[in-house]
Design a protein around this ligand. Sequence first.
Ligand code: FE2
Length: 374
Amino acid sequence: MKPIQLFDPASSTYTYVLFDESSREALIIDPVDEQLERDLQVLREYGLKLVWAVETHAHADHITSAGRLAEHTGAQTAAPEACGIRTAAIQLTDGSTLKFGDQTLRALHTPGHTAGSMSYLWQAGEQPHVFTGDTLLINGCGRTDFQSGSAEALYHSLTQVLFALPDDTLVWPGHDYQGRTHSTIGAEKAGNARVAGKTLAEFKAIMDTLNLPKPRRIDEAVPANLSSGLRHDADGAALLSVRPAVGYAGDVSPQLAYDWWKAGAAVLVDVRTDAEREWVGFVPEAVGLAWKQWPGMALNPGFDDGIRAAVPPGKKAVLLCRSGVRSIAAAKRATELGIEAYNILEGFEGDPDEQAHRGGRGGWRYHGLPWRQG
Ligand SMILES: [Fe+2]
């Protein structure tokens, strides 16, 4: 078994999909925001159910799609505890394991590129694999000059943690800028230009004189990645017209959706689960039609029939979910069924804040539109 290796050319980032052959449960490592549709397509093609979206660290060069993947697939997010990604459902420490089917991913704390950085070990049958993020790259390593980096810590992680793995362990890096896909621990131990055969002092001297430019997206990417890539940039109430979208009619603010609905031009369809409507709150007289259902967030097999029945010809559909992510998937499906379907930005609850609490950052409820509980 091998991981599926995917590449984002804009940031030279590798994303990995690992799966268990019999149960089809899958895990994704370091997914990239702009590649969300590609990754969902890969999951569909292979018939996989994503159960984990995992970060190696809080990236400075791209934004993660982990939060949106979780909304689309029902996967849980996991990130190294020391990275401060408080929206991640599971905070990993050294030795933590994540299960997908009969497979296990084990976290190895490998600080240095950032203080929280982790590598992940996967024993696939006889073959060990390690996903090294920006800790160990092919014939290189991650930089240590920003984001709590430390050359000393990285030297220790490389020489004492990663190079202690069996020589035949396949190394799957977080980036490569020259088209190389993987290496082995044995090859890196023998020939890595930065660290092979180097003392700590020599390594530090190399790292101190790299003089790399600041990553282009660091000011935008790091804050976004500390909330699993969920950004509060949806325009919210300020948006008084339709924002065009690909694959469905467009994005609308909660207020515009409400106005259309009250004027009789649109049907308001709440695509959250029955449990969310019951426990979090609901919009009186909206159509409740789950896109996915507990347990397991499986796709609702009755969605197609339900939306056809709910939206008469000539009317628009405005789709409401928790934070405006799941409703995009539902709007795309409704569009395929011939319905003029819009996604309501920010959803019912809005995006989570730094403490992972929702409700204070936009959304239907926040904007004072009618809803009830219980
Ligand atoms: Fe990085």
